[in-house]
Structure formats: C-alpha cells, structure tokens
Design a protein around this ligand. Structure first.
Ligand SMILES: Nc1ncnc2c1ncn2[C@@H]1O[C@H](COP(=O)(O)OP(=O)(O)O)[C@@H](O)[C@H]1O
Ligand SMILES: [Mg+2]
Length: 198
C-alpha cells in the first residue's frame, strides 16, 4: 500500500479536487477524507454505485488506524486546512506529502507553517502548483519552491475541474482529451515515477 497526503494550511487551493482526481487515476485506491467539510465524500455520493475509489470519512486523529486497515494499492488522505498538530499527525503516517498551492502572495505567506510541519516529520514532500492562470509564467515561483521540495508539472485553472466534480467524476472521466486531463495525467505520471518507481 502506497499512501499520499494532500496538504496545505490554506483552503480553496484544490486539495480535495486533487485527492479525487489522483485517486481515480490510481485505480485501486481509497480516499481517507479527514476534513469535516467532507468534499470527497460529497463527491462520492454523486458517483455511480460501486465505482472506485472507495471513500472513507474519519477525523484526523483516526487516520493512522484507518490507514492500517486499508487494503487498496493506493491511499490518498484529504486533509482540512489544518491545525499544525493534525497536519503533523497525518504527515507522519504517509509515504509522501503533496503540498498544494495556488500561485499568489497570500498562499506563499501561508506556506511556511506547512513546510515547518513536514520538516518535523521528515516525510518526503513535493509541491503541486494548482489553479495557475492558463498563460502564467511561473519560473521564479518554481525556482523558489524547489529550494524546499521538488515541483511537479503545473496544473492550470481549467473549467473541467468544477464541471466534473459536480457530476461525481474526475477530469479524466469527464473530458479525457481536455487540457485539465492532460495536465493531471502528467502530474500523476511524474509523481508515481519519481517517488514510487511505477
Ligand atoms: N485546477 C483547477 N482549475 C479550476 N478550478 C479548480 C482547480 N482546482 C480546484 N478548483 C476549484 O477550486 C475550488 C476549491 O477546490 P477544493 O478542492 O475544494 O480546495 P481545498 O480542498 O483545498 O479547499 C473548487 O470549486 C474546485 O472545483
Ligand atoms: Mg478540501
């Protein structure tokens, strides 16, 4: 079992969206939804019966126990824009942390606390730049972030994300040849290859 936590201290950056979409690409996957907002569980309610991923809701303090019982090949842990303690607790239990951020000063300002928590746990981490403007050049941002952790292929602001979530689908299910699907697949291939050799 390979486990990934999707984290950031900021809300609205795309943690839940990424957890759902990566879990669909992963195939044999469970989402542990530890955010009281339960976005992944709501999305699962809109999916057809019996479709993967399986979605389990649990408080952050129970993530360790639920992870221990997961039988799937992959587990994505979705998190709340988190108090430091629960962030550390979850980061300790997973193989990899994906730190999601939108390009913007307020997002960068909030990043320090997330990185400090990950540093405490010494868990491997990568960034996912999400919701970038379709034409934004992000060279300076990427080189700044790479001083801390690797940065994967960029995911840009694409209408397919909210449209597919509303139907209980991933972007790859909704519009497999769209730009959102292409960018997501690129990110997942990069992450799998770099951290899990698959
Ligand atoms: N790459 C993207 N392009 C366009 N909209 C996005 C993208 N990623 C996320 N969103 C939208 O942004 C909003 C917040 O996403 P969400 O996954 O709920 O963030 P978080 O879990 O970090 O609070 C949602 O409406 C979602 O559909
Ligand atoms: Mg969320």
């Amino acid at each position: 079992m390979k486990s990934i936590a999707v984290l950031s201290r900021k809300g609205g950056v795309g943690k839940s969206t990424l957890a759902m979409n990566l879990a669909v690409l992963a195939g044999d996957a469970t989402i542990i939804d530890s955010d009281p907002q339960a976005s992944c569980a709501d999305w699962d309610d809109r999916r057809g019966e019996g479709l993967l991923p399986q979605v389990v809701t649990t408080p952050a303090a129970r993530v360790k126990n639920v992870l221990g019982k997961c039988q799937s090949e992959w587990v994505m842990v979705d998190t709340q824009p988190s108090a430091e303690a629960s962030l550390i607790e979850i980061a300790t239990e997973v193989d990899l942390c994906v730190v999601v951020l939108r390009p913007g000063q307020l997002e960068l300002d909030a990043l320090g606390a997330t990185l400090a928590a990950i540093r405490v746990t010494q868990t491997a981490a990568v960034f996912c730049i999400n919701q970038a403007h379709p034409s934004a050049k992000l060279t300076d941002l990427i080189s700044g972030l790479e001083r801390h952790h690797p940065v994967g292929p960029i995911i840009r602001s694409r209408a397919d994300f909210p449209a597919s979530v509303a139907e209980g689908l991933s972007v790859t299910e909704w519009n497999p040849t769209g730009k959102a699907a292409t960018e997501l697949v690129d990110y997942w291939s990069w992450l799998k290859n770099r951290y899990f050799n698959v």
